[in-house]
Ligand binder design. Structure first.
Ligand code: FRU
Length: 490
């Protein structure tokens, strides 16, 4: 059955729950042709509650089939966030190619948090919680101890071991294991590294090649509960090395690197075991400041688009850049192209295209005589979101102060900005517009913004603007997009 939900704010090509509450992506793993996406789920209300793991599968990360709830809370507590792996060599003894998920038990009475696992031998359709849970009990005096992410670390001799990263206060703890059940702590990282204005949550770690070089680096990503660039929760990352036991940050400890500059990119997790050289991840498209209040009706919460993360060398050092996955191109219905259009100073260029779902790729020439230029995404004649560039100060911003409904929380109605240190003579803006979100990838994803918007209608059209001087649009593509398929399993 195709999900034919008609609510005006329902995203049509972003993953959302049919009903109830969704937060973090969990247990992301690829197996036997399917990408699994589990998620923090409360089916009985549209606000956070006793956590379950919801479940969906996809063959392309764009079209999804919703499956029954995978994990229910039990006597040990709620089922908080975590990751998943395939136990290819049956190290745990659960059976051939078991899909093993790791999660945190949150005991609602004591608020103790411990790490546990469950496994499936039928492609995630049925689950057995390990009888010896929890596999890592709550360390003494530690309240925030959660969100295990497990990966296989291969050493130089072709051997290897399992590694678990767990958020522990304002740090992460690394554990190692040979059987997924018995874990020894091997190191900790954090405390005074990067941003520590909020609790650390939902860590992840992956190894990436640095493009156009022989080098590789490990990237450690960490959710920060509050104090990210847009004010609320956000994802920071560290670039460094990992020797199977400890992570070493190659930047000074004060250096903070952010994965996204919008308000709505949190708890991001990567897919494990993909048969792909691409590093693929997505995030919960929300901000804890107002997540419980966003103005949807029978459901709350959606994910960002899946992205590919890469590493590139910049003057300032190695940085993560992100692109929308190429599988999204299947949604393109009708393309409209323009070449060499001039936006005259203090006026607008208005392409004759409108729709509820849009993808825009605009290559603009930077004219430093302009005080500002960019594009406004109008959802109706009164409501718009501005993507702006101030070349003088090398600022890129997304302003949603006129984007529509915003009274549900005082921190929603804001503009978010960042200095674009790699500013060149041209700038590329790649935008995805869905019923209630805008995602922006600047210059091949060296900067990204993920933003929810809640327009009162969503027949979007674009107005490119230039202030103070002419701006040349070198080329512009606007695609009307189709919705993705979201099926409910029967
Ligand atoms: C992050 C988070 C996690 C926790 C989960 C609970 O958004 O706070 O740390 O496991 O949500 O739903």
């Amino acid at each position: 059955m195709n999900m034919e939900f008609s609510e005006p704010l329902r995203p049509l090509y972003h993953f959302s729950v049919p009903k109830g509450w969704l937060n973090d992506p969990n247990g992301m793993v690829y197996y036997d042709g399917e990408y699994h996406l589990f998620y923090q789920y409360y089916p009985h209300d549209t606000v956070w509650g006793p956590m379950h793991w919801g479940h969906a599968v996809s063959t392309d990360m764009v079209n999804w089939t919703h499956l029954p709830i995978a994990l229910y809370p039990d006597d040990l507590g709620y089922i908080f966030s975590g990751g998943a792996v395939i136990d290819w060599h049956n190290t745990a003894g659960f059976g051939a190619e078991a899909l093993v998920v790791f999660y945190t038990y949150h005991d609602p009475k004591t608020e103790n948090q411990s790490q546990a696992l469950a496994y499936s031998l039928d492609n995630g359709r049925s689950w057995t919680k390990y009888e010896g849970n929890p596999v890592i009990p709550t360390p003494r005096n530690l309240k925030n101890f959660r969100d295990p992410k497990v990966l296989w670390y291969e050493d130089e001799n072709g051997g290897g071991h399992w590694v678990m990263i767990v958020a522990a206060g304002d740090a992460v703890s690394f554990y190692t294991s040979h059987d997924l059940i018995n874990w020894q702590i091997s190191s900790q990282f954090g405390f005074d590294q990067g941003a520590t204005t909020g609790v650390w949550e939902t860590p992840d770690m992956f190894k990436l090649a640095v493009q156009n070089s022989q080098e590789t680096r490990w990237i450690l990503t960490v959710g920060l509960g509050e104090g990210a660039p847009a004010g609320g929760s956000g994802m920071q990352y560290f670039v460094g090395t990992f020797d199977g036991a400890a992570f070493l940050n190659e930047n000074p400890k004060e250096k903070v690197l952010w994965a996204d500059y919008g308000a709505d990119f949190y708890a991001a997790q990567s897919w494990s075991d993909t048969k792909d050289t691409r590093q693929l991840w997505l995030a919960w498209m929300n901000d804890w400041r107002y997540a419980l209040k966003i103005p949807t009706t029978t459901w709350r919460g959606s994910m960002t688009l899946p992205r590919e993360a890469r590493l590139t060398q910049h003057a300032a050092g190695i940085r993560m850049v992100q692109s929308p996955i190429k599988e999204l191109e299947q949604l393109r219905l009708e393309g409209n192209s323009w070449q060499d259009v001039t936006i005259l100073a203090n006026s607008e260029f208005v392409p004759d295209v409108s729709g509820r779902l849009l993808e825009i790729v605009a290559n603009l020439e930077v004219n430093v005589d302009a005080s500002e230029f960019g594009v406004r995404v109008y959802s109706n004649p009164e409501e718009f979101t501005t993507v702006g560039i101030q070349p003088d100060e090398q600022i890129i911003y997304v302003d949603r102060t006129h984007a529509g409904i915003s009274t549900f929380h005082e921190s929603f109605c804001e503009a978010h900005r960042v200095e674009h240190v790699d500013f060149g003579k041209k700038v590329q803006l790649h935008l995805f517009v869905d019923s209630s979100s805008i995602e922006l990838f600047v210059d091949d994803g060296v900067i990204t913004f993920s933003e929810r918007i809640f327009p009162n209608s969503s027949d979007f059209h674009l107005r490119f603007f230039a202030v103070g001087a002419d701006i040349a649009i070198k080329d512009l593509d606007i695609f009307l997009l189709d919705g993705a398929n979201f099926l409910l399993s029967s």
